[in-house]
Design a protein around this ligand. Sequence first.
Ligand code: UDP
Length: 317
Amino acid sequence: MATKSVVSGGAGFLGSHLCEALLARGDDVICLDNLETGSLDNISHLEGERFEFRNLDITGHVEIEQEIDFVFHLASPASPIDYLRLPLQTLKVGAEGTRNMLGLAKHKRARFLLASTSEVYGDPEIHPQNEEYWGHVNPIGPRGVYDEAKRYAEALTMAYHRQQGVDTCIVRIFNTYGPRMRPHDGRAIPTFLRQALQDKPITVFGEGEQTRSFCFVDDLIRGLILLADSEFHMPVNIGNPDEKTILELAEAVIAATESRSEIIHEALPVDDPQTRQPDTTRAREILGWEPTVSLAEGLRRTIELAGAEGLIGSTPG
Ligand code: UDP
């Protein structure tokens, strides 16, 4: 019998790429999504006998009849403008949604993967960030709803593992990009690509000296599947350690699109982390995982695969 995987948030950016990769390796896939930030457009090409989509909110009871081997729990607003717009939903899906997905994994004796985030490190005081670092998060700041929801989700996952023997793993995902990001999701790469392709000003927040490390989606998904297939239970960073300032990112996007855009500066959002770079020693040692796609190559592939129309989009939202 084929391996059966459940993917919560499967119609989102990362979720849809994960569903695609699982189908490609021969799994049957059940995709759960309430389409709050996900979209049917992301999964319409996956329709077929081995793929099932269920439009449901995982903060309510989830009933799945079939046997399941893996539960990949990715459902959550993940872009700052989304979790600022949906603060209570973000907390609820991190808490109730995670509990329901852990309960499902326990009931089905499936391996559970929590999609956590580099945001658990907050505005980090150590550099690069390894998995031993406890983080520096402002619980009552605007970003706190996402950071604390994911921190709680990690605590819940470890409690189910330690107290009830659920087979769990936790991936801390660093900034990831690629086709199917929404042009208006507010994050740096889709925003800059959209602006550059229209020769509009590129909006760098603050001086642009803050850093991020950007991972191409294919590398990230390969890491997720390797972790799910391992027997490891502690958190693992997956991200590309090639760190760039946001100004360097804007310049890389201008080069990749051969744009005539100028760079302008806007106010830095509250609690915007100053630096972020994964220490990927653990991923390398435990999973043999390393990113292979450079920023220039990843931007090229994103532009080619999404096309100008996909990157510009029609309406904000
Ligand atoms: N950023 C920016 N201009 C934009 C969008 C984002 O300068 O139009 C900056 C943002 O302030 C942050 C970085 O780019 O320092 C990455 O932001 P993103 O929302 O992509 O991810 P996150 O802050 O969650 O890492």
